[in-house]
Design a protein around this ligand. Structure first.
Ligand code: COA
Length: 168
């Protein structure tokens, strides 16, 4: 995957590139900044970075890692589907379109790898993430009670990537 530049409304360039094992420390630091509970462990993140199934993209501003996204291509009824596992942006870079650029870049990578649909689970009370997905054309398909523990429900979101291909 080649680097991708995007100018945000704050007009600084965001570079997106595929992450490698050398990024593990930074990615783990961002993950623990973003999630007190439910954070991926260092070992799980290392697994994602080593596995050819997972796609991990990192966002950089002035060579500083400011966020990342992890997805994978999975097969449902013989059809490739892109599954988004997490998206994390450092606090001080939020609401500057880093999450949007990461999401669009992963969607493009899903399409490139043959997926025509993206799916994800998100905690229903995660208002920032839910708003991000709605803004990017995802629809809530169902709720899974207690998915993240007692009283912590998940919303399952889906997007038809082909329908939105031109908008990417
Ligand atoms: C969710 C997250 C990735 C969003 O990243 P971001 O870079 O701030 O998102 P963007 O700047 O691209 O926001 C795009 C849109 O999403 C919505 N949005 C993002 N954060 C929001 C918030 N805190 N409240 C309401 N809407 C929000 C808005 O519609 C926003 O557009 P706007 O700024 O023009 O109003 C970020 O808040 C984060 O890292 N959260 C912690 C980790 C997490 O919960 N990840 C989701 C796991 S499923």
């Amino acid at each position: 995957m080649s680097s991708h530049f995007s100018k945000t409304r704050r007009s600084f360039p965001i570079t997106i590139r595929e992450a490698g094992l050398k990024d593990l420390d930074e990615i783990y630091k961002i993950e623990t900044e973003c999630f007190a509970e439910e954070a991926f462990t260092r070992m799980q993140l290392e697994y994602c970075l080593r596995s050819p199934i997972f796609i991990t993209l990192i966002a950089e501003v002035d060579n500083e890692a400011v966020g990342f996204i992890i997805g994978a291509i999975e097969y449902v009824n013989g059809k490739a589907s892109g599954h988004i596992y997490t998206i994390d942006v450092k606090h001080k870079f939020r609401r500057m379109k880093v999450g949007s650029v990461l999401l669009k870049s992963l969607e493009k990578e899903f399409l490139r790898r043959g997926a025509r649909r993206a799916v994800l689970e998100v905690r229903l009370d995660n208002t920032a993430a839910v708003a991000l997905y709605l803004k990017h054309g995802y629809s809530q398909v169902r709720i899974v009670k207690d998915y993240y523990g007692s009283g912590l429900d998940a919303a399952i979101f889906e997007k038809n990537l082909q329908r939105n291909e031109n908008a990417l």
